[in-house]
Design a protein around this ligand. Sequence first.
Ligand SMILES: *[C@@H]1O[C@H](CO)[C@@H](O)[C@H](O)[C@H]1NC(C)=O
Ligand SMILES: *[C@@H]1O[C@H](CO)[C@@H](O)[C@H](O)[C@H]1NC(C)=O
Ligand SMILES: *[C@@H]1O[C@H](CO)[C@@H](O)[C@H](O)[C@H]1NC(C)=O
Ligand SMILES: *[C@@H]1O[C@H](CO)[C@@H](O)[C@H](O)[C@H]1NC(C)=O
Ligand SMILES: *[C@@H]1O[C@H](CO)[C@@H](O)[C@H](O)[C@H]1NC(C)=O
Ligand SMILES: *[C@@H]1O[C@H](CO)[C@@H](O)[C@H](O)[C@H]1NC(C)=O
Ligand SMILES: *[C@@H]1O[C@H](CO)[C@@H](O)[C@H](O)[C@H]1NC(C)=O
Ligand SMILES: *[C@@H]1O[C@H](CO)[C@@H](O)[C@H](O)[C@H]1NC(C)=O
Ligand SMILES: *[C@@H]1O[C@H](CO)[C@@H](O)[C@H](O)[C@H]1NC(C)=O
Ligand SMILES: *[C@@H]1O[C@H](CO)[C@@H](O)[C@H](O)[C@H]1NC(C)=O
Ligand SMILES: *[C@@H]1O[C@H](CO)[C@@H](O)[C@H](O)[C@H]1NC(C)=O
Ligand SMILES: *[C@@H]1O[C@H](CO)[C@@H](O)[C@H](O)[C@H]1NC(C)=O
Length: 693
Amino acid sequence: MDSSSLLLLAPIVTILLLRAVSASALVRSQNVTCHPVDSAALYRFQKSLGTPIGNWGAPNSVCCSWTGISCSSLGGVSMQERVVRLDLSGRELAGQLCDSLAGLDRLVFLNLSGNQLSGFLPPKLFQMQSLEVLDLSRNQFSGHFPLNASMPAVRVIDVSDNQLVGSIATTICESSTNLQSLSMARNSFHGKFPASFTNCSDLRYLSLEENNLSGNLPESLFQLQHLHQLLLQGNIFSGTLSRGAGNLSNLIEIDISSNYFSGEIPDIFEGTSNLRRFSASMNNFSGYLPYSLANSPSLEMLDLDKNSIKGGINLNCSSMTRLSVLILGSNLLQGEIPQNLSSCRRLTVLNLSNNNFSGSVPSSFQDLGELSALSLSRTRLNDLPGALQTLQHCKSLNSLILSRAFRGEALPGDNDGLSFENIYVFVIANSQLTGAVPSWLRRSRSLSLLDLSWNRLSGGIPQWEGGFKFLFYLDLSNNSLSGNIPESLTRLPRFINYNASSLGPLSSIPLLLGNGSGRHFQYNEYWNLPSTLALSYNNLNGPILPSFGNLTSLQVLDLGHNNLSGGIPGSLCGMKSLEALYLCNNHLQGTIPDSLAQLTFLSALDVSYNDLSGEVPTGGQLSTFPGSSFEGNEGLCGGATLNPCSQENHQAAKAKSVGESFPLLPLAIEVGGAVGFVVTTGICFASGWINRE
Ligand SMILES: *[C@@H]1O[C@H](CO)[C@@H](O)[C@H](O)[C@H]1NC(C)=O
Ligand SMILES: *[C@@H]1O[C@H](CO)[C@@H](O)[C@H](O)[C@H]1NC(C)=O
Ligand SMILES: *[C@@H]1O[C@H](CO)[C@@H](O)[C@H](O)[C@H]1NC(C)=O
Ligand SMILES: *[C@@H]1O[C@H](CO)[C@@H](O)[C@H](O)[C@H]1NC(C)=O
Ligand SMILES: *[C@@H]1O[C@H](CO)[C@@H](O)[C@H](O)[C@H]1NC(C)=O
Ligand SMILES: *[C@@H]1O[C@H](CO)[C@@H](O)[C@H](O)[C@H]1NC(C)=O
Ligand SMILES: *[C@@H]1O[C@H](CO)[C@@H](O)[C@H](O)[C@H]1NC(C)=O
Ligand SMILES: *[C@@H]1O[C@H](CO)[C@@H](O)[C@H](O)[C@H]1NC(C)=O
Ligand SMILES: *[C@@H]1O[C@H](CO)[C@@H](O)[C@H](O)[C@H]1NC(C)=O
Ligand SMILES: *[C@@H]1O[C@H](CO)[C@@H](O)[C@H](O)[C@H]1NC(C)=O
Ligand SMILES: *[C@@H]1O[C@H](CO)[C@@H](O)[C@H](O)[C@H]1NC(C)=O
Ligand SMILES: *[C@@H]1O[C@H](CO)[C@@H](O)[C@H](O)[C@H]1NC(C)=O
């Protein structure tokens, strides 16, 4: 038969095959019944839960067709099949598990992950002889992990993301030599790392992160030859990292960040030739970067953020050909950034912030074509014009953070022809820079977040007409800017209509921007920041434009400590999303418009130290603010002011000292550990959220 006639026959053969299959399935469904032992166990399990499960019914012979159940004849001739798989993951099941599931004595696979199951883990579940996969993760189980566990067939156990407590010193490894994957992450386990885990000699994946485990890591851990991933971050482990770790030749990822490890990182990684990710951030490692890590051909990510590593950056890029993420922030590194660091061509994320680096940004950095996020803040680097000239050639650069470096230099002006076409996040704050707000930024069409706060920039705010489709966070506060607030700012599309579902370019920014991990781990999710316009502490004058009322998506408006005059426009009530409004320390006159009571999300207001007069409106949120929000306005009366409204209320209470009991910024902004809004009493609004002390 030639091949063309084979092709012709193929559909017919397929149809015949399908007929045969469906005929046999029919026979099966009519004849085969589920074993009464299984059906009874399942029925009792269902009864113990509060919630009904899919099409489950009374105990009967059809239980093999119930939702989530698979049966098998297990090779026997019996017409009664046994339940071998039960997958009820993500079905919003609530209630408690009882021992009855253990009655499914032929069960091989049990997945109850992603429900709201609570109560204790039934010990009998951990004695099931056939069970190979047990996934109870992402529930609300409490109590202990059964210490007396014996599951000879088990390969996968996952109890992560529950509320389990106590020790993990289970006997599981004595009977379960096939265990390959054990995850107990994100519970509240405490106590030491059990030496008994050595007996799980086939273990490949061990995930204990985000618990309260403590003490040294036992040497026996490093006999687990097959380990691929060892995740211990976010515990309180201490001691040194043993040389034994170098024996784990199959290791692909080790994460010991956010613990209390100390001492030097041993130079043992020449044997771990598959190691791709090494994370040890937020420990107290000291000494130098070990040679074997700095020459690793396999390493893709090296994160030693927040340790006490000293010396220079001695990476050998000739051998580190895969390095993509390098995070060495907050260490004791010093010297110049080597020119040849740019030979690590795959670098996408580079964070060297908060080290004692000096010199300038190597011009060779322009060759880092994949570099997407760079932070060089809190260093002693200089030559900002040179750095910007170089970095503008990094065409993938999305996020550039250069705060607290280049101290006192001048921000290059328009004549330098700078252009950062793909930048989303541009932050040079806290550097006492002189010069003007760069109008060359108008070429950055994707700019989403701009922070130039705490410098000495002067001149006006550029019109930036028609650009910045994505800008939702603009902080120019604490400079010496003058002139009027340009009306174009009240036409920025993202302030007018911020659709959280369309994140724009920010959604693709690399998430891994340092901060390691830990129980309070927060990604630097820029788009979680409130939509903000901060222009405080400048010399801006002129009125607050009525068109601000068009900014229905703006959440924080901070115009305090300027020379603004005129009235508070009643149209501001159009800022439906506004949560914080700071107009303090200006020369505003007239009354507080009643319409502001319509700002239902407003949780911080400060109009203190102006020339406002009349009665403080009392409706809505306005009644909730303390007197300090209004003080320093001689003509204001009523509300929370100390000054009751009488016919003649010129006897305004004498203003108290500035900033007393200023309401804390109520927004939940968590940009990781040390970064975040710094709200102190005494200033109207603290901006410059990134990389500040
Ligand atoms: C299985 O079902 C078919 C069709 O209903 C019937 O002919 C056959 O006798 C049954 N076999 C058994 C063993 O019950
Ligand atoms: C259990 O089900 C969840 C959700 O369907 C799935 O993500 C997970 O991988 C399953 N667990 C196992 C061990 O197969
Ligand atoms: C542990 O479980 C086994 C098997 O169920 C049982 O024989 C043994 O007595 C248990 N030991 C303890 C200390 O509970
Ligand atoms: C860890 O232990 C500390 C002190 O015992 C306790 O305050 C903390 O709540 C524990 N954390 C967890 C996640 O169990
Ligand atoms: C490993 O298991 C055996 C029993 O199977 C036991 O004697 C030994 O102590 C265990 N090793 C550790 C380190 O727990
Ligand atoms: C690591 O391997 C070396 C050489 O094979 C051996 O001497 C040492 O005992 C091993 N260390 C551990 C903790 O297994
Ligand atoms: C970190 O280690 C240094 C010595 O290397 C020590 O002086 C310092 O106290 C340690 N810090 C913490 C927080 O343990
Ligand atoms: C990179 O340059 C430094 C000196 O700046 C030198 O010590 C090092 O060997 C160079 N590395 C490579 C891989 O060329
Ligand atoms: C850097 O790596 C290359 C390639 O592996 C190697 O030939 C060279 O000796 C290394 N340089 C240093 C200074 O170790
Ligand atoms: C860089 O590292 C520093 C500290 O080491 C950290 O505070 C900062 O958030 C990181 N920067 C970025 C952009 O992730
Ligand atoms: C930073 O490095 C310089 C030398 O470049 C040194 O004089 C200074 O003491 C270092 N500062 C710190 C805090 O280590
Ligand atoms: C913006 O506000 C001004 C003044 O309140 C108003 O005249 C104008 O029509 C508004 N523009 C838009 C697009 O809503």
